[in-house]
Ligand binder design. Structure first.
Ligand code: F0G
Length: 456
């Protein structure tokens, strides 16, 4: 028999009860959280799609690896296992553990970026952008034009605009310390980058003698998309595709909370000896000794095992298919989403769904809050609140106002996903009743995490 149903490639051995709340309780909880779902208590959320970061379920093999953790301060056995796995996967000489992705970004950018520099990327994610701007440098997004049009179908909407990158390097190469590419492109909809695009970026980097770094949080999902969509890769193992991706780069930052299948951790890896030495010194200052970098020995074990599991074919087939399944249900009901769906999340086009709410009244927040109140589902705005505030304090609409339904890895079953689809379709049906928000209080940097909102 040929089966069409793609099943979860695991069974459940330990469960975590969900707490059900009433609509009235959720209205009160959201008001107490100043209408910012980041400020809710997790227990008041039924299905939590805020992020796919650190929220995945570890395997039995990972849990047992924890017991192998060696907590030696310097030279821990767990570090050498971790280093070996990362080296085998990426090929990078220097492997520097960090407590999560943004610590790797902070250390890299503080080491190599100076005031007035420009760091190009397809799209910088929030912490990446903030860690560049804090150095008084510019984070420039150069995703292809197709990547900014939610409804337009293109196999690799995460690709960098190679002509725009060439023009930047041609005019201002001396201001560019490195080129970054985010795989998959989270702020652009979890969209993949093709191997051909990475190769073209590599060629440009060679011409201008610039290092190329991957923001590799979701490298395995990107590798799967290459396998499915790019000629010549259909028969290759995802791991070999990932190795080819890393082989085109000089280094990477990584949040192991995504495709490391771990609850915490990350790393910075690179080939350049002088940069690595500086980074290690900074690591000691802020994270810890270079053989643990802010992590316990058991975290290093869990990540090492996670990096092996994440490139397994049955896992990636299920992972990408289950995201597409949610997307298809939502899109079939006429809710506008980024097409095609990304790897780790479905992104609803809140600006298109709620045209009566102008971007500066945050349609994404309106939709996120309604999803919580009506269904207990927590999503996240990726739009004008997250990206609309320039470093000079001016506010303008972000390129898109999206609401992301991020899917934790190996956590929710198909009926959970069916419930989410029903919730989204139900809330979309009441869209005319939704109103905009204003910001009552917010910090200057990364305001989305702690801003307080008021209904208009
Ligand atoms: N780069 C990308 C593309 C990310 O998506 C994230 C985190 C980071 C870097 C930073 O990693 O959280 O370990 O410090 N993204 C999470 C999200 C938080 O919800 O998308 P971190």
């Amino acid at each position: 028999m040929q089966f069409r149903t793609i099943i979860e490639p695991f069974r459940i051995k330990s469960v975590d009860a969900l707490k059900f709340t009433t609509r009235d309780e959720r209205v009160a909880a959201l008001a107490a959280a100043h209408h910012n779902v980041f400020l809710l208590r997790g227990d008041d959320v039924l299905i939590d799609l805020l992020t796919d970061s650190g929220t995945g379920a570890m395997s039995a093999a990972q849990w047992s690896a924890l017991m192998q953790g060696d907590e030696t301060y310097a030279g821990s056995r767990s570090f050498y296992r971790f280093e070996q796995v990362v080296r085998d996967l990426t090929g990078f000489r220097h492997v520097i553990p960090t407590h999560q992705g943004r610590a790797a970004e902070r250390i890299l950018f503080h080491t190599v970026v100076k005031s007035g520099d420009i760091v190009p990327n397809n799209n910088h994610f929030d912490t990446t952008r903030a860690n560049i701007e804090v150095e008084d440098a510019e984070a420039r997004d150069l995703v292809i034009a197709e990547g900014r049009q939610p409804a337009l179908v293109h196999p690799f909407k995460g690709n960098i605009d190679v002509d725009a990158l060439a023009a930047l390097l041609d005019r201002e190469a001396d201001r560019v310390p490195l080129v970054m590419v985010t795989v998959t492109n989270n702020s652009g909809g979890g969209q993949p980058v093709s191997m051909a695009n990475l190769r073209a970026v590599r060629t440009l980097c060679d011409r201008y003698a610039k290092p190329l770094f991957l923001d590799a949080c979701r490298f395995a999902e990107n590798a799967w998309f290459i396998r499915e969509r790019e000629d010549g890769y259909h028969r290759l193992a995802p791991r070999d595709i990932a190795r080819e991706m890393f082989g085109l780069a000089d280094g990477c930052t990584m949040s192991a909370k995504k495709d490391g299948l771990a609850n915490i951790g990350g790393f910075l890896a690179m080939n350049r000896d002088d940069w690595a030495e500086h980074c290690r010194n900074l690591l000691i200052l802020t994270e810890g000794f270079p053989t643990y970098g802010g992590l316990a020995g058991y975290d290093l074990e869990a990540i090492a095992r996670g990096l092996e599991e994440v490139v397994e074919e049955p896992y990636l087939r299920y992972r990408i298919r289950s995201t597409a399944y949610l997307a298809e249900k939502i899109a079939a009901a006429g809710v506008p989403i980024i097409q095609p769906p990304g790897g780790h999340a479905v992104y609803i086009d809140a600006r298109a769904l709620l045209p009566h709410i102008p971007p500066l009244q945050y349609p994404g927040i309106a939709l996120v809050n309604a999803l919580y109140v009506e269904a207990g589902v927590r999503a996240v705005e990726i739009g004008t609140v997250m990206f609309g505030l320039d470093p000079d304090g001016r506010e303008q609409p972000a390129a898109m106002d999206l609401v992301r339904l991020a899917i934790p890895r190996r956590v929710y079953t198909q009926s959970h996903v069916d419930y989410v689809a029903e919730a989204v379709v139900g809330v979309a049906a009441m869209k005319d009743a939704l109103g905009g928000y204003r910001i009552a209080a917010a910090p200057k940097v990364l305001r989305h995490f702690t801003a307080e909102f008021e209904g208009m």
